[in-house]
Design a protein around this ligand. Sequence first.
Ligand code: NDP
Ligand code: 8X3
Length: 252
Amino acid sequence: MNKIALVTGASAGIGEACALKLAENGFDLIIAGRRKKNLDNLAGKIKDTHKTEVLSLCLDVRNFEEVEKTIDSLPSEWKNIDLLVNNAGLAVGVSPIEQGVVDDWDRMIDTNVKGLLYVTRCISPLMAERKKGLIVNISSIAGKEAYPGGNVYCGTKHAVEAITKGMRIDLLPHNIRVSSIAPGMVETEFSIVRFKGDEDKAEKVYEGFEPLKAEDIADSLLFIATRPEHVSINDILIMPSAQASARDVNRK
Ligand code: NDP
Ligand code: 8X3
């Protein structure tokens, strides 16, 4: 029987790459996100290419009732989740704090912090019952540093870092490992979302240097997920070679 992984935010970017990498390495996949079409395409690709089982969950992680109902109604064989990847997240806007857009703040806090908590609240008891599991939270360099205009996004990722540490302590008696991956700049839809659809501004973020690819993060995830059970990789900080800190980038 294959191990089962649930990846949130699997409809694009890092989450999609993680789902594909895990399928390639024999995991059955529960893929979650809001865009059904993207999930359907990914499910088709996984089934055709890797022959592992896939279940799609159309889910907004900001809605606790929806998350709880969806996880509760999983077929029993799919409730044996071995690996949860809390990846769904976003940055919206780059306004300085005194000009901040409250709706942008709410979207980031509700998704990156509350959404991660809601999913964890529903999955961790299932793992605790089986006395095994691995949870990987996708943090960011923004969880280690602050930068101009990053205010609330950085706040949410600092929260992810603190919550990860707290989760590791609380879940220790249940034999559940908790890890965090903090990437620097990865070229995905992330900046298009941050600049609210402005593709020119988004492209400029990655101009003149080679950013990380979503697959690089998937490789880190696979490394964590394939360690023997007595090994916990608590924290990976992974950067493009051309990026030394949140905003020090060696552009050509
Ligand atoms: P993308 O925009 O490419 O992907 C984001 C994913 O999150 C999508 O699948 C999206 O799916 C999902 N998502 C967003 N909001 C919700 C929601 N309310 N409910 C469910 N799913 C949601 O960005 P990335 O792949 O780059 O981002 C993935 C994670 O990596 C995020 O947590 C981000 O903060 C983090 N990160 C990204 C970095 C980067 O430079 N790209 C660097 C460091 C960390 P859908 O819209 O279908 O719901
Ligand atoms: C995404 C990378 O540098 O925009 O977390 O914060 S950054």
